[in-house]
Design a protein. Sequence first.
Length: 76
Amino acid sequence: MRLVMKQVTLNIPENKFAFFMQLVRSLNFIQVVDNEPKDKYDSEFVDRIQKSREEYSEGNFISVEKEDIKGFLGIE
């Protein structure tokens, strides 16, 4: 038999949240899914973008004309 589940979104006052989660986790038929993002942006991605900006400001980049982009990418 396939178990059908429903999803509910609740707004809980912050000062009651810990109590509410303790209560919910004590119920064996409820699955808690943490949908809160850990960080808004992946730190590795942010570091790569910052490095790219620094390289660009130092003049360390390649300029390719629109007509030459396929050749540059090797897809002609």
